[in-house]
Design a protein around this ligand. Structure first.
Ligand code: 1YM
Length: 647
């Protein structure tokens, strides 16, 4: 059955103007395998529905007909997207004998982002997502304001429930799409305003001049924002650097075209050490980089070396490496092209080699010019690259000494590590535990066949304020690096990782949150794939212990505490139930710790997810960086989530 469906879906994909039956089967295929079309049916898929509709409005903006888009979450998590473009065409289409509007929302077009076929490009396959969103909505309504009339059409789960009709007069133009995601299709149906807002802000940065308005109308959650950046990706860089101390005032910006393609680059250095390069192709984020990033990196390195020599900042035999040139850079690269090829494991890497040439030529030419005209900026950037070069040399030596120590001693694991017996990393877990006493309980309570324990003690290094060589040589971090076995920084190699679950176990209080944040910052800056691949977890210890007579239970939050207290009392409202708050992990005996926090059958683990590297970068900068004011602000704003500060 499903094979048959797939075949008919493919047919609809390729034969535009399919029959009624095929239309239904096409949308049925979307409902059968929604993940193929929107990635997943989790929260991310739910939000993806909105992006598909917004993409159509953005395409209209790129075509030059629309400059305002509103995205609204209404009561019951109903989504409304409105633009002021030309309005989707309503005239009857030759091949199908139906209004174009109906075709847009009922025929599965080629080029779905997750299915086979090509990718959508601006000016190309217009409106591909409309039918997918329609198929996955309990209901969807569309109203088109065009040529003085309002045209309306309604659907339910992809089926027409009201054919297109004129419902009134208008003096505006544009498209309004309102839909309610089908609860039968999604694991969750509640929208997250911040998620939509962050994505819409990105769209506003990438499409200079387009005004995007986000509104949350749900009772108790009312808020709205208007985003409009005349400066486009320049303002994106300023935004990312907003809490950092910059090395020069200007954001360096360049744009160039060749035939149908366009490339835009904006960057600025700050006084930190990490590099943030965020690239896009046709407004689609390419987290794995690709040709456009390569072109930028090559050009940056060669221009800075040439300029350094010319200005005698670098000696003739000296050279700064690519990494040196990118230390502390915040850079946005955005290319637009007609036939984008996405490659890599997650289709998140741009494969078009002509983009390498385009960006390389653009940056080579324009950056050299810019540095000639702005020698103070040139000097500041080269000084920074030279400093990076020296530190990298020191770091390399420190790293080598770590490697030597590890190699010489064979399995020279840290003294404090209590390793497990199993050696297959897919089956093993490392608990990183705060404090020696909790470490002791964990060591006694664990299942030593597959659980290893590494206690941490003393003051942990804040890597956000330290240079790489200090990090490599740090006596608190070295045991972590050695125990994990996968190296660090540029040499980090996931295939050598000794445990596929790295579990941070810290107290459920502010100090615990601090330790957790310090460790996560370290992983994020120096072992990012560890987080990206989902290997890092936080253990969730209980907050309360409740005792009645010989019965003991634990609770993880206040609501659960009340529920369990009531259960323990049973029919006897006067029964005495002792409630104790755990002050820390160290208070639990080994058995309790195993039962509540370590037993895979019973424990709760939170996987640390990296949805958005830009947002995570900002959070770590604010929490762990130099500036005090933004940190205070962040903590005040997030005080009520204090325990979850780092997720
Ligand atoms: C809230 C969502 O879909 N806007 C939108 C979509 C289209 C047009 C304008 C449009 C495109 C063209 C001509 C064209 C679409 N049209 C089609 C199709 N907003 C939203 N605004 N006139 C209007 O591409 O030539 C698909 S999307 F295929 F019918 F032309």
């Amino acid at each position: 059955m499903s094979e048959e469906l797939e075949r008919s879906a493919t047919q609809v994909d390729h034969e535009y103007g399919a029959s009624e039956i095929q239309v239904l089967e096409g949308l049925e295929a979307v409902r059968k395998r929604p993940g193929m079309y929107i990635g997943s049916t989790s929260e991310s898929g739910l939000h993806h529905l909105v992006y598909e509709i917004v993409d159509n409005a953005i395409d209209e903006a790129l075509a030059g007909y629309c400059d305002e888009i509103t995205v609204k979450i209404g009561e019951g998590d109903v989504i409304t997207v409105i633009d002021n473009g030309r309005g989707i065409p309503v005239d009857i289409q030759q091949q199908t004998g139906k209004p174009a509007l109906e075709v847009v929302f009922t025929i599965l077009h080629a080029g779905g982002k997750f299915g086979g076929g090509g990718y959508k490009v601006s000016g190309g396959l217009h409106g591909v997502g409309g039918s997918v969103v329609n198929a996955l909505s309990e209901w969807l309504e569309v109203r088109v304001h065009k040529d003085g009339k309002i045209y309306e059409m309604k659907f339910s789960r992809g089926n027409v429930t009201q054919p297109m009709k004129v419902v009134g007069d208008t003096d505006r133009h544009g498209t309004e799409v309102v839909f309610k995601p089908d609860p039968e299709m999604f694991e969750v149906t509640e929208y997250n305003y911040d998620t939509l807002h962050t994505r819409m802000r990105e769209e506003a940065f990438l499409n200079a001049g387009v005004r995007i308005i986000t509104v949350d109308e749900r009772p108790g959650k009312e808020q709205s924002d208007e985003m409009h950046y005349a400066g486009g990706i320049r303002e994106f860089v300023t935004f990312i650097n907003r809490n950092k101390t910059t090395v020069h005032d200007d954001v360096i910006y360049m744009v160039g075209k060749k035939e149908d393609s366009e490339a835009e680059v904006a960057f600025q250095y700050h006084d930190g050490y990490n590099e943030t390069i965020v690239s896009f192709a046709n407004n689609v984020h390419t987290p794995e980089g690709g040709m456009h990033e390569e072109g930028f990196k090559r050009a940056l390195t060669s221009v800075l070396n040439a300029y350094g020599k010319k200005m005698k900042i670098l000696k003739e035999e000296d050279k700064v490496s690519g990494e040196d040139c990118r230390e502390g850079i915040t850079c946005i690269i955005s290319v637009k092209l007609t036939e984008a090829q996405f490659e890599g494991q997650t289709k998140a890497k741009l494969g078009n080699s002509e983009m390498r040439t385009l960006v390389n030529n653009l940056v080579s030419e324009k950056l050299a010019e810019y540095l000639e005209e702005n020698p103070a900026v040139g000097r500041a950037i080269l000084d920074k690259a030279l400093m990076a070069n020296r530190a990298r040399e020191a770091a390399r030596k420190a790293r080598e000494s770590i490697r030597r120590k590890t190699a010489l001693g064979g399995a020279a694991m840290p003294d404090k590590l209590r390793d497990c017996n199993e050696v297959n990393p897919e089956l093993t877990e490392l608990y990183i535990v705060e404090g020696d006493s909790a470490g002791g309980s964990a060591t006694q309570g664990r299942d030593s066949r597959f659980q290893a324990i590494l206690p941490l003690w003393g003051k942990m290094l804040n890597v956000e304020k330290a240079r790489a060589d200090k990090v490599y040589g740090n006596d608190k971090l070295t045991p972590v690096i050695t125990a994990l076995g996968a190296g660090i920084g540029e040499e980090f190699d996931l295939s050598k990782l000794r445990y596929h679950k790295v579990i941070i176990m810290a107290d459920a209080d502010v100090d615990g949150a601090h330790i957790r944040t310090l460790l996560l910052t370290f992983f994020f800056r120096f072992m990012r794939p560890l987080i990206e691949q989902g290997y890092v977890y936080a253990a969730v210890p209980p907050l309360y212990k409740l005792t009645r007579g010989k019965t003991t239970r634990v609770a993880f939050d206040d609501v659960e505490r009340e529920r369990i207290a009531a259960e323990l009392r049973g029919d006897n409202p006067n029964a005495k139930v002792d409630i104790n708050r755990y002050k820390g992990l160290g208070e639990m005996d080994p058995h309790e710790l195993w039962e509540t926090t370590m037993d895979p059958e019973k424990r709760t683990l939170k996987r640390i997810e990296l949805d958005d590297a830009v947002a995570a970068d900002a959070t770590f900068t604010v929490l762990m960086g130099e500036k005090v004011e933004p940190r205070k602000e962040f903590i005040e704003q997030n005080a009520k989530y204090a325990v979850n500060l780092d997720y």
